[in-house]
Design a protein around this ligand. Structure first.
Ligand code: 6MZ
Length: 347
């Protein structure tokens, strides 16, 4: 690894937007494929390599393939453990993983055991002393509609109370071209009222101004992507104003947006717009496995594309601490950690 690479790896980082099954590395996929030869899955269908692009629709096909490979409690335990250790090895000190609880009748996996298993993996990593604080956001897949959304919120609520602070919030994700946010509003409102933090994918694709406007009224605690909020890309000033007024941090994923073709090229990424405004913007990976990236690479990419100095990059990673969903004492511990690591990173 060159000097630059070492700096970005050593930089302590916060990852706030990572979908579990999208984060499964090629090594772990390899293990799953070996365990399930009967599925006859070709490795090239589970990731989008360097320089390759897909439409967002095609990306959602990739998740379906990975879901076929991850269909038992043992699989969920293995992928969660591997993903956590990979983030830790990449210098991530605080990670919020998100995942959609899934039921698989054939293997006995239930939504509840799915969440329990993710929590078990987090606890096991903690017990092994892996140097990373991991929390979990239960995800609603928007295509599943009102009832499933409400059922998911109830599960999340239950685990928020019983997981020793590991379940901190709720994510709304899934194929943005399917379903409408208004159907999910009662579930999201309930989640908010019971103390779950909300991170919502908003305006990941164009023409969702009405939905974004509606959901911004909640308001969410963080926003995933928000690619089409600003007027230059067909959004509106009033949406931008709402985000700014409520100071809602954005989770921004450069490689994901360019590979999924919702953003035409890196220099046109909306990171620039929000960063110039001085708005809290957190660099994230989205799906490090599917998009063949890691958080160090994403920071390096942001820096080289937008001309950020090492000092700017440090500030960016440090400011992400204020956007986490874990409570204040965890923020203080992380800030201390950043202070302790500063000399080593800038030596
Ligand atoms: C929206 C996405 C996404 O939940 O099975 N997901 N939702 N936009 C994206 N941009 C690329 N990337 C991933 O992880 C996979 C699921 O995360 C959501 C989708 O619902 C996908 O099925 P889990 O761990």
């Amino acid at each position: 690894m060159d000097n630059e690479g070492v700096f970005y790896r050593q930089l302590p980082k916060v990852e706030l937007h990572a979908h579990l099954n999208g984060s499964v590395s090629s090594q772990t996929i390899e293990k799953l494929i070996r365990q399930k030869p009967h599925l006859d899955i070709d490795h090239s269908t589970t990731a989008i390599g360097k320089g390759q692009q897909r439409t967002l629709d095609e990306c959602f096909e990739v998740f379906k393939v990975i879901h076929k490979l991850v269909d038992t409690e043992e699989d969920v335990l293995m992928v969660t453990t591997d993903v956590i250790k990979e983030f830790a090895a990449d210098g991530v000190k605080y990670l919020e993983l998100r995942s959609t609880p899934r039921e698989v009748k054939d293997t006995g996996l239930t939504k509840k055991s799915y969440i329990e298993t993710v929590i078990k993996a987090i606890q096991q990593c903690k017990n092994e002393g892996v140097d990373i604080d991991v929390r979990f956001l239960v995800a609603i897949d928007r295509r599943n509609g009102t009832e499933v959304a409400m059922e998911t919120v109830k599960l999340a609520e239950e685990f928020m109370l019983s997981s020793d602070g590991l379940v901190v919030g709720l994510d709304l994700s899934g194929d943005p071209s399917v379903g409408h946010g208004k159907d999910l509003l009662p579930a999201l409102q309930r989640a908010k009222n019971c103390g779950l933090k909300l991170s919502l994918h908003l305006s990941e694709v164009p023409s969702q101004l009405e939905e974004s406007d509606l959901l911004l009224n909640l308001p969410p605690d963080r926003i995933g992507h928000g690619t089409f909020f600003h007027p230059e890309v067909g959004g509106s000033q009033s949406l931008v104003d709402k985000v700014v007024k409520n100071n809602i941090p954005l989770e921004l994923c450069l490689t994901s947006n360019v590979k999924g073709q919702t953003v035409p090229c890196y220099v046109k990424h909306h990171f620039k717009y929000w960063y110039q405004l001085g708005h809290p913007s957190v660099i994230c990976t989205d799906d490090k496995g599917v998009f063949s990236t890691d958080l160090s690479q994403e920071y390096q990419l942001a820096a080289s594309t937008f001309g950020l100095s090492r000092k700017d990059v440090w500030k960016l990673s440090q400011q992400a601490i204020d956007c986490i969903f874990a409570p204040e004492d965890v923020k203080q511990q992380l800030k201390q950690k950043w202070n302790d690591l500063h000399t080593q990173v800038f030596k």
